[in-house]
Design a binder for this molecule. Structure first.
Ligand SMILES: Nc1ncnc2c1ncn2[C@@H]1O[C@H](COP(=O)(O)OP(=O)(O)OP(=O)(O)O)[C@@H](O)[C@H]1O
Length: 266
């Protein structure tokens, strides 16, 4: 079953077509990936799904309902959360507060009231704290809850961004290059975390990632973009040996041999 569908999706910047008529159906409750060389249109694609850009043409449907023209904060309320290529945490807030900010869309009293412990917000405070703590435990940051976010090591900041996205209780979690800048140990932990998110919550996860090991290990379904168009889609084995994908990443000469497979691209 499909959770998110795009049809004939187009985004142009002046004379440049960044995304040029892409069709794709993301399966519900699975991990999918959008890959492609630099400038292929991946981030533009995410920016349309999250309402940052309005498509010039085409349809985006979440659970069958169009989200074209819907504002980014409303799209979050409708169930799409994301992390960014460049981490965007509230650096001067604590780890706990960053997660509580993510929860505000579901709070009646609002985040300001909760953070300031205003009387109207007190009854919500305990459950908010417990839920935020549970999320920090889930991503392995509970012992750092009172640290300032800016002081966390890089890999921990990425996990905090994921916890904050999870705090919005999304149906779909978009991760934009979650392994960027991570060392191999952090990447291995991240793979475990993404797998737990999908297995334990049944959430649909969509990731953009250049680390092919992570993509191939985690994703059931992969969309490959090149110059804004879909050049291939399918499971990891299909994608690894797809001539157009190999050509896009490694150049035409790489496809001349018979047994070329896309193993690791850095
Ligand atoms: N706001 C913008 N204005 C003009 N051109 C843009 C804008 N955003 C993206 N582009 C262009 O659109 C094309 C696709 O860019 P995009 O960032 O979506 O690619 P990408 O696949 O995410 O690349 P990368 O892997 O390097 O992050 C590129 O040629 C880029 O220069």
């Amino acid at each position: 079953m499909t959770i998110l569908r795009v049809s004939k999706l187009v985004k142009r910047f002046g004379g440049l077509t960044a995304v040029g008529g892409v069709d794709f159906a993301f399966p519900r409750g699975k991990i999918s990936a959008v890959i492609g060389p630099n400038g292929a249109g991946k981030t533009t694609f995410f920016n349309m799904i999250t309402g940052i850009y309005t498509p010039d043409e085409g349809v985006i449907e979440l659970d069958g309902a169009s989200i074209v023209g819907v504002k980014p904060h409303q799209i979050v309320s409708m169930g799409i959360a994301r992390t960014f290529q460049n981490i965007r945490l509230f650096g001067s807030m604590t780890v706990l507060e960053n997660v509580m900010v993510g929860m505000h869309i579901h709070l009646k009293a609002g985040i300001v009231g909760t953070l300031l412990s205003l009387p109207a917000a007190r009854h919500e405070e305990e459950s908010v704290y417990l839920e935020a703590y549970r999320l920090l435990e889930f991503v392995g940051l509970q012992e750092l809850l009172n640290e300032q976010a800016a002081n966390l090591p890089y890999g921990a900041q990425r996990r905090l961004e994921i916890a904050r996205a999870l705090a919005t209780k999304p149906k779909v979690l978009l991760l934009d290059e979650p392994a960027a800048g991570m060392n191999p140990r952090e990447t291995a932990e991240l793979i475990g975390l993404i797998r737990r998110i999908q297995e334990e919550t049944g959430m649909s996860v969509i990731l953009i990632e250049h680390d092919m090991k992570l993509v191939m290990e985690l994703s059931e379904h992969i969309l490959v973009l090149d110059y804004g168009t879909k050049i291939a889609e399918g499971g990891p084995d299909h994608i690894r040996s797809h001539p157009k994908v190999i050509e896009a990443y490694l150049g035409k000469s790489a496809v001349e041999g018979d047994n070329v497979r896309l193993e690791v691209v850095t």
